[in-house]
Design a protein around this ligand. Structure first.
Ligand SMILES: C[S@@+](CC[C@H](N)C(=O)[O-])C[C@H]1O[C@@H](n2cnc3c(N)ncnc32)[C@H](O)[C@@H]1O
Length: 213
């Protein structure tokens, strides 16, 4: 990863390298740590509502625990793509057979190799706090989403509980707080349909504005 002349690996941006360093050792056993999240994921996918036969992206899919739910939503005629920047998380997804539910792509959700307006729905579970520039991430998800397409920003626990899990408190300027996330989504070309910033989950549903460029 040094980026020296002759090196086989392309250089990795420092923020992505830090993300990989954090998640790589957590990939094995990731799902065992959160055995009770299934119903919350199922509800979030239902509220996202990927259309049958449509294209849905799981942005930062991790080990792919949402991929079977997304596959069930779009059916066999639909397309499910899981993207993650940490190779070890995707390797764990493969070990769990998730590559039979979805195409798995190693990549950065802020620079996706997809055409504009080519996706019907995006699930982003546990993504925003890990992005160095969350607004750029929302811009990129807007770019690839069709007008009228849908986005779910989701955590299966509330923001305070999540911060406590990492030994801290919610930051005062947290982009996920309701006024901030509505404003950020609006700037990126999304209309906010729902903000559930509850103690037990965080779910924002947004719809891609039809007047997108
Ligand atoms: C908290 S985990 C959530 C994984 C999965 N969505 C879940 O809920 O189990 C965050 C994931 O985001 C991925 N990630 C962080 N930044 C990313 C980026 N810029 N592009 C793609 N994936 C990213 C990490 O590799 C990690 O797998």
């Amino acid at each position: 990863m040094g980026g020296e002349a002759g090196s086989e690996q392309p250089p990795v941006r420092p923020d992505l390298a830090a993300t990989r360093a954090f998640f790589a050792p957590r990939a094995t056993g990731w799902e065992e740590r959160f055995p009770d999240d299934g119903p919350a994921f199922a509800a979030a996918v239902e509220e996202l509502g990927p259309p049958r036969g449509g294209v849905v992206v799981d942005a930062a899919c991790g080990t792919g625990r949402a991929l079977p739910l997304l596959r069930r939503a779009v059916g066999l005629s639909g397309t499910v793509i899981g993207v993650d920047v940490t190779p070890e998380m995707l390797a764990e997804a493969v070990r769990r057979g998730r590559h039979s539910e979805a195409a798995l792509v190693l990549g950065d959700v802020s620079h996706l190799p997809f055409r504009g307006a080519s996706v019907d729905a995006v699930l982003a579970a546990g993504l925003l706090p890990h992005l160095a520039n969350p607004r750029a991430g929302l811009d990129e998800l807007a770019r690839l989403t069709c007008p009228g397409g849908r986005l779910a920003l989701f955590h299966p626990i509330g923001r305070e509980a999540l911060a406590a899990r990492h030994g801290g408190l919610v930051e005062v300027d947290d982009i996920r707080a309701e006024p901030a996330i509505r404003a950020a989504l609006s700037r990126s070309g999304w209309g906010t349909e729902l903000v559930d910033d509850g103690a037990d989950r965080y779910l924002v549903i947004a719809v891609r504005s039809s007047n997108c460029g």
